[in-house]
Design a binder for this molecule. Sequence first.
Ligand SMILES: *Cc1c(COP(=O)(O)O)cnc(C)c1O
Length: 359
Amino acid sequence: MANNRVFNFSAGPSMLPLEVLQRAGAEITNYNGSGMSVMEMSHRSKVFMKIFDDTQEKFRKLLNVPDGYKVLFLQGGGTMQFSMVPLNLMGATGKADYAVTGHFAKLAKKEADKYGQTVDATPMDAFTSIPAQDKLQLSKDASYFYYCSNNTIEGTQWQYVPETNGIPVACDMSSDILSRPIDVSKFGLIYAGAQKNLAPAGLTIVIIREDLAGKELPITPAIMNYQHMIDKDSMYNTPPCWCIYMLGLMCDWLESQGGAAGIEKLNVKKANMLYEALEGTKLFQLSAQKEARSFMNVTFRTGSDELDDKFVKASVEQGFTNLKGHRSVGGMRASIYNAMPMEGVEALCDFVRKFDKEN
Ligand SMILES: *Cc1c(COP(=O)(O)O)cnc(C)c1O
């Protein structure tokens, strides 16, 4: 790859497009004639306010966010949302349904248990599948239904938005936000840590239907109160300025790729190519069930820890990094988010076939 860069298959923080990094580099000491870096600016300055407003507008346009929804630029990562969601939404009935289809949803449910009563809407033995709509165990009196659209560690992804009979749907989209078009109006709340598909670590995006805010539990800290952050336009305290700027650059890049629909085509093509290459081998097994496969995180293994290690070591020599699976599940994982170029996946497919032949 150009500029001595590796093909970085990290699950997050993950690679950003070279064009985005180059533009950030060119603007790093003197942004748009301001005489300073975006890193050095007051978040209340005119120059930064324009970056903030433009980024809001570009992001809303790309994801087609309808009126009646606010987009917040917060800190705290996906993990802070595990607490913020129940603190703000649990008050309605004191109960919530959680679709525990992976590690991060499990953590989210555990946090929510501190603030109300949660029910696992998708009990399962192994996180290798996604339940169909008619298998969801929905409570009639849940304040909200929670799920994680892409299970980053396990490599499974929801290919539909659950229908919940009017109960607001809250979704963790940390690892597939803006990788495909979505109908935002089907959701009460969407959140995503930005460091997988969109920007550097430090920015958390929340999209919330306005009527759901303002019903927080009394113990909710001001900084974790959606209504408060809406009232303050995400600027109750200093927002992650640099990351917001980087998100703006990434939005321009996504626009150049044909927006959400354009990038989805590329993402589907990349993932299918890699799944086909792996299926064509004798050595590798895919970890997720076929209909639940993620287009973002491809998880696979040889069945032998030794061979897995050998694969990971050999891949580093080929200029691939971060193909080792999450420590909790082992095996391998190739994270192929928006920024992973086609040639990175093609090179990995060649390597997979070569390794299969030789082992
Ligand atoms: C990475 C990840 C998280 C945790 O995000 P942090 O920003 O590290 O707190 C939560 N959910 C999903 C789906 C993730 O991929």
